[in-house]
Design a protein around this ligand. Structure first.
Ligand code: AVJ
Length: 322
């Protein structure tokens, strides 16, 4: 544990996990090559994602913020006062500010895989909101998550905040498991505030993941830079191309990196052969109609309290209780 300011601390659960790239090697050597999207978020990846959220084509962030702004009083009433807010994949912790402004939140627990990013945003928050205890947890919440028991027991009311449609990165079954895990973490009176991207015209989805400036392409390719640095791999970024499309049948945007020639990449003592145009599947971003998501949530043990959306129904925000 590293303690800096009086109202801020960081708990690093990732540092002991020196095998955390094993899954990357395993999935790269499988018949269908893939990499889990969490590997997109090293420091530079987190910065690139922040840039994505500002893009004209990337509607989710600004739409979710507009929904929150419009319904803020009602959302705050659901959260109640003296609540501990636990955010999964907090990134730059920008959205939470809107909730912290109210002055009714007691403690904020952001959880993120990018340590330097988490430290910076937690520190800034603890300066901006001196009355709020900020406890950042560096962790990979896609595997099992062990939130410190004392922290959970000390919270008198808990709200899990999972914005941005990060839930879309999970397969349907995993999304069910993840939501069940959150439900198990909560007690009666607690809740989950979750943002979910909605199914819509393929053109809009396509553009959101294929921006003109090529920031999403950089974000996707940076995954290879991350592996080069962490695993001493020798991916040549000029020999891979960003490719993203909406798979309507499966209701998801898929992101891939396409090998632009036949090539061999070495990672440690593994030699990985890529055929020309073979892809590494790097991300799924599932989209849910409002009723599809409501069913998923109730299947995981939640009671729907309220769903908010924008006038064009581009994005949805749900408050669920247990
Ligand atoms: C952070 C997972 C919600 O799926 O839209 C943005 C990540 N990938 N552009 C998404 C992402 C490409 C984003 N999530």
């Amino acid at each position: 544990m590293i303690k800096t300011l009086s109202n801020m601390r960081i708990i690093d659960q990732l540092q002991e996990q020196n095998n955390r790239f094993d899954e990357a090697i395993e999935s790269l050597t499988a018949t269908k090559k893939s990499l889990q999207p969490k590997f997109l978020y090293d420091k530079y990846g987190s910065i690139l994602f922040e840039q994505i959220t500002q893009l004209e084509e990337y509607y989710p962030t600004r739409t979710e913020l507009s929904i929150m702004e419009r319904s803020l009083d009602e959302i705050l009433r659901y959260i109640g006062s003296g609540s501990t807010v636990i955010e999964f994949g907090s990134g730059a912790s920008r959205k939470i500010r809107m909730l912290l402004e109210s002055g009714t939140i007691h403690e904020y627990i952001p959880i993120d895989i990018s340590k330097s990013f988490l430290m910076e945003s937690s520190e800034q928050l603890s300066i901006d909101y001196p009355a709020i205890q900020v406890t950042g947890i560096v962790a990979d919440y896609t595997n099992e998550l062990n939130l410190p028991k004392e922290l959970m027991d000390a919270a008198k009311k808990k709200t899990v905040f999972f914005p941005g449609s990060t839930i879309g990165n999970f397969e349907k079954k995993e999304a069910h498991n993840f939501l069940s895990m959150i439900a198990a973490l909560l007690s009666s009176g607690d809740g989950l505030l979750i943002g979910v991207d909605v199914k819509k015209a393929p053109r809009i989805l396509h553009n959101a993941y294929n921006d003109k400036e090529g920031i999403t392409a950089k974000f996707n390719l940076n995954l290879l830079t991350h592996l080069n640095r962490e695993l001493g791999a020798d991916f040549n970024l000029n020999q891979f191309e960003h490719y993203a499309f909406y798979n309507a049948e499966l209701g998801r945007v898929e992101m891939h990196l396409v090998s632009m020639e036949e090539q061999v990449v070495t990672i440690g003592n593994e030699s990985i052969l890529f055929n020309n145009h073979e892809t590494i599947h790097t991300e799924n971003s599932y989209k849910y109609s409002i009723s599809e998501f409501q069913q998923l949530a109730s299947g995981a043990g939640f009671v729907l309290e309220k769903t908010w959306t924008d006038p064009k129904e581009l994005f949805s925000l749900h408050y669920l209780s247990v």
